[in-house]
Design a protein around this ligand. Structure first.
Ligand code: FE
Ligand code: ZN
Length: 508
């Protein structure tokens, strides 16, 4: 329980003050350590969001009652701890063993090299597929092509709706935002008026700040040659989805960022989790026994030469050994559980996305009928449950580009990707291979969007789609400490088909 006096003391050491409207009554029932952690997180988030020129000491001097209430709420929803206690494996009868597996994995054609021609095709393909989604919007008739503005000699003052790929975004001298949209027939210059100049309605200017390069958006606005004065941005986001009803009662466990071979891989915890799955530990054999599938979203091994001086952090310097370590562990997964393993940016396969599955040199003679080596990303259907799994390398550029996003809440960045119908919209943010078909477009809305990469757990439901980040099994690296990141290792999200809910099983 948090004590006001003690809290004031501890915070003052951190140069943080509590506003006078915070009372002891508000703190009753809140775990002090969790609250402190939240406040520090908030402070580091605020610091990371302000430009470097700002004085970090000046950030967030006061924590008010509103902040405390918000944090208390977050703490309450996060805490679904599942204590795992060691006990005998008596009478473990996994229900999932009785369920017949029915799964399919999408297979995309993956290119290893691209030509200039492919580049143009790639972006045209992105545009036309996302435009198709926007065209289904009720009550909006988008122009078929940007050239129609001139061809039809539309007059200024006319209301129009257009779709294009963002090729440029700049701040104008008058403090407005100008975005250039492009398609294969032409361009359109769209102006987003600054709030002061345009005070009457919505926050179009704030919305425009969220536009990123190379994404496909729809714009409604008034023609004012040669510009379009925007009054609405239409993102291709999913329409509200109602939860599927499942006949079978099964669960899916989500993992990512195991980083075998790293000194910081939390092997004991991982092995403990595997034992738990075998029903050998814990009171939660009812949770464990329902697990029918495991999806692993990349960075399964730590790799070698991924960042400068990585060898200092490695326990296993041989790349093949890092993978045999992984496969040895996966060998312990009960046969009735099907496991899908994909690579991430640390893994030994082509770095550019989409990434092909591991090849024979990595897999060697490891063969098990329940372990499936797949591409990154993969659209996986599991007894009717659609999971779109992607490592999440693009989250770095998304968090850096869209205001208000932070590493402590990866789910918010994931939602931005879902809204844009693209797993990696910002070209150049990470390595993408521009194939003639853009394989990173999200044209099918999944039931669950799963990513890793950030090493921090996150969970949200956006318009009926579950968005989950499965964190990591690696403890905090020196690099992350310097960056002010807060990994949440060994917390495994498990989704159940009957309850349509996640349980976070804590192995930390
Ligand atoms: Fe990772
Ligand atoms: Zn990663």
């Amino acid at each position: 329980m948090a004590d006001l006096k003690q809290l004031l003391n501890k915070l003052s050491q951190l140069k943080i003050l509590l506003a006078s409207d915070v009372t002891q009554q508000m703190l009753d029932g809140i775990d002090e350590n969790s609250l402190l952690q939240k406040i520090i997180e908030m402070k580091s988030r605020a610091a990371s969001e302000t430009p470097e020129s700002a004085d970090p000491k000046k950030e967030l001097e006061f924590i008010g009652s509103a902040d405390i209430l918000k944090m208390a709420k977050e703490i309450a929803t996060e805490k679904v701890p599942m204590p795992v206690e060691v006990s005998r494996s008596q009478g473990f009868r996994p229900e999932a063993a009785e369920i017949e597996e029915r799964f399919s994995v999408s297979e995309k054609e993956i290119t290893a090299v691209a030509s200039i021609d492919d580049f143009t095709k790639h972006f045209n393909n992105r545009l036309s597929r996302i435009k198709k989604i926007l065209d289904k919007r009720q009550g909006i008739k988008f122009l078929n092509a940007l050239e129609e503005i001139d061809k039809n000699r539309y007059l200024s003052g006319r209301e129009i709706a257009v779709v294009g790929i963002v090729s440029k975004k700049i701040a104008t001298k008058n403090g407005n935002i100008m975005v250039e949209l492009e398609d294969s027939t032409g361009t359109a210059k769209v102006i987003f008026m600054n709030k002061q100049a345009h005070s009457h309605k919505n926050n179009i200017f704030d919305d425009a700040a969220r536009i990123v390069n190379d994404e496909v958006i729809g714009i409604k606005g008034k023609l004012s040659h040669p510009f379009i004065i925007a009054n609405e941005i239409i993102w291709p986001e999913p329409v509200i989805k109602t939860a599927k009803k499942f006949e079978e009662d099964f669960s899916v466990a989500f993992l990512s960022d195991i980083h075998t071979g790293s000194k910081l891989f939390m092997e004991k915890n991982f092995l403990h989790m595997l034992k738990w799955m075998q029903g050998k530990v814990g009171e939660n054999s009812n949770v464990a026994g329902k697990i029918k599938y495991i999806v692993i979203a990349g960075d399964v091994a730590d790799g070698i030469g991924i960042y400068p001086n990585q060898d200092k952090d490695l326990q296993v310097l041989d790349i093949y050994q890092q993978y045999s370590m992984l496969f040895n562990m996966l060998d312990a997964v009960p046969d009735y559980i099907h496991v899908f393993v994909m690579p991430g940016n640390h893994d030994a396969t082509q770095r550019a996305e989409p990434q092909p599955p591991f090849d024979a040199s990595i897999i060697k003679d490891f063969k098990k009928s329940n372990i499936h080596i797949v591409q990154n990303p993969s659209f996986i259907s599991l007894n009717g449950l659609d999971v779109l799994a992607y490592h999440g390398t693009s989250l770095d550029s998304v968090i850096a580009s869209i205001p208000g996003l932070a590493y402590s809440q990866p789910e918010t960045a994931m939602i931005e990707l879902l809204k844009r119908r693209h797993l990696s919209p910002i070209y150049g943010g990470n390595i993408i291979l521009p194939s003639p078909k853009d394989n990173l477009v999200i044209d099918r809305t999944p039931d669950i969007l799963h990513m890793g990469h950030i090493h921090t757990n996150g969970l949200a439901n956006y318009k009926g789609v579950w968005v989950v980040n499965s964190g990591t099994w690696q403890s905090k690296t020196e690099f992350q400490t310097k960056q002010g990141h807060m990994p949440t290792p060994c917390k495994m999200p498990v989704f159940n088909s009957k309850t349509n809910k996640f349980t976070i099983v804590n192995f930390s």
